[in-house]
Design a protein around this ligand. Structure first.
Ligand code: SAM
Length: 302
């Protein structure tokens, strides 16, 4: 029997409940599973997380092993910038961003899981930062005024949001003209098997809520952004011992041969400003990652 589709509010409640649990889990467990939720692999490698520990500003108490990229590395953050991190968890990317903005900038993390906000505030207090703030809120309706941010970052969060176009419109609203975002997220190419797509753990685990890469990029374009660029792309392989919790042997073989791919991407885009329009120039060069070819989706190569 097919399960009933969850409403957007029910999906959000599932995510919030799961990330409340995850905020108390061990980092090593989170890094072995999908965004800390679906499955737990016996394999030694990390499924999604990139290594943060070498980044300046890194704080191990804030690293719960939940990211799928290093958006701050690609975000062109300048001293004095106002940076907003969407779905900030325990503050991992915020503290790295704070290193870039310096004390003269400001970093705001937004999250809708209370225990994550609590953890992030404790971490900021321990570090003695008075320009890093954590605000409770839903990124589909950000508790932020228009045109305030220089840079928006986010790490492995938009896949969890039922209405992704709402988030991109909100990012457009809160960015200053000429401001930009660098977002790491999970996207798909090809279809996931139903058993993965319909599973609540896999939804909270950053897999089932992921959408097709083309659709993701089209939402960014339709929100009014320009200079849309994939800065890094990396295939994610779900280990067989995780897949076998959802699929039988024949289904795993079919999935592996079906060509469906799960990818971590870091994508950049910019809010138009009249000055940029007048100068007709791109202010940033594209930094390509090592793990795959990167390209500008507007060039037609993606
Ligand atoms: C996979 S974790 C990533 C946390 C953090 N970015 C990191 O890399 O450590 C996803 C986070 O997004 C938050 N989240 C999910 N949907 C959200 C929404 N609609 N509004 C605000 N926060 C949300 C969750 O509470 C959780 O803390």
């Amino acid at each position: 029997m097919k399960t009933r589709m969850k409403t957007p509010e029910e999906l959000k409640e599932t995510v919030r409940r799961k990330y409340s649990e995850i905020s108390e889990q061990d980092k090593n467990y989170n890094a072995r599973s999908c965004c800390g939720a679906g499955g737990d692999s016996t394999k030694v490698y990390n499924i999604m997380t990139d290594d943060y520990s070498e980044l300046e500003g890194y704080n191990s108490d804030a690293d719960l092993g939940l990211g799928c990229g290093l958006p701050t590395q690609f975000a062109h953050i300048q001293k004095g910038d106002y940076v907003i991190d969407l779905g900030s968890g325990a503050g991992n990317d915020c503290f790295v961003a704070r290193h870039e903005t310096g004390p003269e900038g400001k970093v705001l993390g937004i999250d809708f899981t209370e225990s994550m906000i609590r953890k992030a505030r404790e971490n900021a207090d321990k570090l003695g930062y008075n320009n890093v703030e954590f605000r409770f809120g839903d990124i589909e309706q950000m508790p932020v005024s228009d045109n305030v941010a220089d840079v928006v970052v986010s790490n492995c969060v938009l896949n969890l949001v039922p209405n992704k176009p709402n988030v991109f419109s909100e990012i457009f609203r809160v960015l200053k003209p000429g401001g930009h975002f660098s977002i790491s997220d999970i996207v798909l190419e090809g279809d996931l098997p139903d058993a993965l797509r319909e599973d609540a753990e896999m939804y909270a685990g950053c897999v089932a809520g992921a959408i097709q890469k083309d659709e993701y990029l089209s939402y960014i374009r339709e929100s009014g952004f320009e200079n849309i660029t994939i800065q890094k792309e990396k295939p994610i392989t779900l280990p067989e011992d995780i897949l076998s919790q959802y699929l039988n042997e024949a289904e795993i073989a079919e999935f592996n041969e079906g060509g469906a791919g799960i990818f971590s991407i870091t994508v950049f885009a910019q809010k138009k400003s009249e000055r940029l329009e007048k100068d007709k120039k791109k202010p940033f060069t594209v930094i390509a990652g090592n793990d795959s070819a990167s390209c500008d989706p507007e060039s037609g190569c993606c």
